[in-house]
Design a protein around this ligand. Structure first.
Ligand SMILES: *[C@@H]1O[C@H](CO)[C@@H](O)[C@H](O)[C@H]1NC(C)=O
Ligand SMILES: *[C@@H]1O[C@H](CO)[C@@H](O)[C@H](O)[C@H]1NC(C)=O
Ligand SMILES: *[C@@H]1O[C@H](CO)[C@@H](O)[C@H](O)[C@H]1NC(C)=O
Ligand SMILES: *[C@@H]1O[C@H](CO)[C@@H](O)[C@H](O)[C@H]1NC(C)=O
Ligand SMILES: *[C@@H]1O[C@H](CO)[C@@H](O)[C@H](O)[C@H]1NC(C)=O
Length: 330
C-alpha cells in the first residue's frame, strides 16, 4: 500500500513538472520557478558622492522571477502604473520573466566591489573627440538604444557592458550583438513587456500599439536579457528630476529619457559615474543630434514626452557638485 502511494505521489510530481515545462515552454531542468537566484552586488566600502541623492542606494536594479512578488510589494512598485510600476501588468511581467534565464547584474567571476562606470549618451558631441580608448578603460560601460559601436570605435569605444533598450529602439541587425553585453529592457508601457514575452516565445507580434515599428526579432540570446525594475524609473522621475506625480488633465505626463534612466541605474551599481555624449544643442537646429546618422537637432526640438529643461538642470547640478564627471567637456 505504501509503495503504491509513493508511486502515485512521485508520478504526480513528475506530471506536474512535465506540464509546467510544456506550458511555459522552458527547459524545466534549470528554469524551475525560483530558480533565478539573485546574487547581491558587492558593496564598495567608500560611499559614492551621489549616494545622498538616492532613497534606496542598495536597490537591486533588475527584476527576478524568484522574488518578483516580494520585491514589487516591498517597494510599492505594485501600486504604480507603468512606467513607474507594474500595476495592471503583473501578468505580462511574470510571463516575460519566465522566459529569462538570469537576473544577475555582473557575472559570477566578477569581484570588483568599487566600479568605475561610464554612461555613453548618443549625442553628436561625441563626434571627432576620439574618446573611444578612454571609454573602453572603464569597468562598466553603459550604452543605450541604437547607439552603435561598429564603425565608431575611435569615438565611442568597442566594449558594452549594458545596453538599455525598448521595443522601438532595439537593434534588429545581429552584427550589432556583442556576446559580452547584457541587454536591459526599459518597460514604458504594458505592450513593451508583452512584446518581450512574445518575441522570446516566437509568438506573432501585434505592432499596433507602438509609436514606431518595434523589432520583430531579438538579436540577443536568452542569457543576455534582463528587465529593469520600474522602481528605477520612478526614482529617476520623482526623486532625481522632481516631476510632479499628478499632471493637470490637459497636459501630457512627462517621463525621463533613456539617458537619465541609465544614469539612475549607474548610481545603483557603480561607485564612480562619468558621462560622455550628453548634450542637446537646442540653440542650433542644424547641429548633429547623434554621433551616428544624419539626424539634426531640429528633429528633437519639440518633444512632449520628455522635459529636457528639467533634465539639463539635473545634469548641471550633479556635474557642478562633482557627483559625476562630464567627459565631453571642451
Ligand atoms: C568630423 O571629422 C570629419 C573628418 O575630418 C569631418 O568631415 C566632419 O565634419 C567632422 N564632424 C564634426 C561634427 O565635427
Ligand atoms: C568578451 O569578453 C571576453 C573575455 O573577457 C574577451 O576575451 C572578448 O574579447 C570579449 N568580446 C568582445 C566582442 O568584446
Ligand atoms: C546621410 O545623408 C546622405 C546624403 O543625404 C545619405 O546618402 C546617407 O545615406 C545618409 N546616411 C544615413 C546613415 O542616413
Ligand atoms: C519642465 O521642468 C521645468 C523644471 O523643473 C519646469 O519649470 C517646467 O514647467 C517643466 N515643463 C513642463 C512643460 O512641464
Ligand atoms: C559637457 O561639457 C560640454 C562642453 O563644455 C557641454 O557642451 C555639455 O553640455 C556638457 N554636458 C552636460 C550634460 O552638461
Amino acid at each position: 500500500m505504501r509503495g503504491y502511494l509513493m508511486i502515485i505521489f512521485l508520478s504526480s510530481v513528475f506530471l506536474y513538472y512535465l506540464l509546467y515545462t510544456i506550458l511555459w515552454g522552458t527547459n524545466g531542468y534549470w528554469l524551475l520557478p525560483g530558480g533565478m537566484k539573485k546574487k547581491n552586488i558587492k558593496t564598495c566600502p567608500e560611499k559614492p558622492a551621489f549616494t545622498s541623492l538616492l532613497r534606496v542606494p542598495q536597490f537591486y536594479p533588475f527584476l527576478c522571477s524568484s522574488d518578483f512578488a516580494k520585491m514589487t510589494s516591498t517597494y510599492r512598485t505594485n501600486k504604480y502604473f507603468l512606467p513607474y510600476g507594474i500595476k495592471g501588468s503583473a501578468k505580462y511581467f511574470e510571463l516575460a520573466l519566465s522566459k529569462l534565464s538570469s537576473c544577475d547584474v555582473f557575472d559570477e567571476f566578477d569581484d570588483v566591489p568599487c566600479k568605475r562606470c561610464v554612461v555613453v549618451g548618443n549625442g553628436g558631441v561625441l563626434k571627432n573627440k576620439t574618446l573611444g580608448e578612454k571609454i573602453d578603460s572603464y569597468d562598466v560601460i553603459i550604452r543605450m538604444n541604437k547607439g552603435p559601436v561598429l564603425g565608431h570605435e575611435e569615438d565611442v569605444g568597442r566594449r558594452t557592458t549594458f545596453r538599455l533598450f525598448y521595443p522601438e529602439s532595439v537593434f534588429s541587425d545581429p552584427t550589432h550583438n556583442d556576446p559580452n553585453t547584457t541587454a536591459v529592457l526599459i518597460v514604458f508601457k504594458p505592450h513593451d513587456v508583452k512584446w518581450l514575452w512574445q518575441v522570446m516565445s516566437g509568438h506573432r507580434i501585434n505592432t499596433n500599439s507602438f509609436w514606431k515599428k518595434p523589432a520583430l526579432n531579438l538579436i540577443y540570446k536568452q542569457y543576455q536579457i534582463r528587465i529593469l525594475d520600474p522602481y528605477i524609473i520612478r526614482e529617476a522621475a520623482y526623486h532625481l528630476l522632481h516631476f510632479p506625480q499628478v499632471f493637470p488633465r490637459n497636459e501630457k505626463p512627462q517621463h525621463p529619457t533613456t539617458g537619465i534612466i541609465a544614469i539612475t541605474l549607474a548610481f545603483h551599481i557603480c561607485s564612480e559615474v562619468h558621462l560622455a555624449g550628453f548634450k542637446y544643442n537646442t540653440q542650433d537646429p542644424h547641429s548633429l543630434l547623434h554621433y551616428y546618422g544624419n539626424a539634426t537637432m531640429s528633429l528633437m526640438s519639440k518633444n512632449a514626452y520628455h522635459n529636457l529643461t528639467a533634465e539639463q538642470l539635473f545634469l548641471n547640478s550633479i556635474i557642478e557638485k562633482n557627483m559625476v564627471i562630464n567627459l565631453t567637456q571642451d
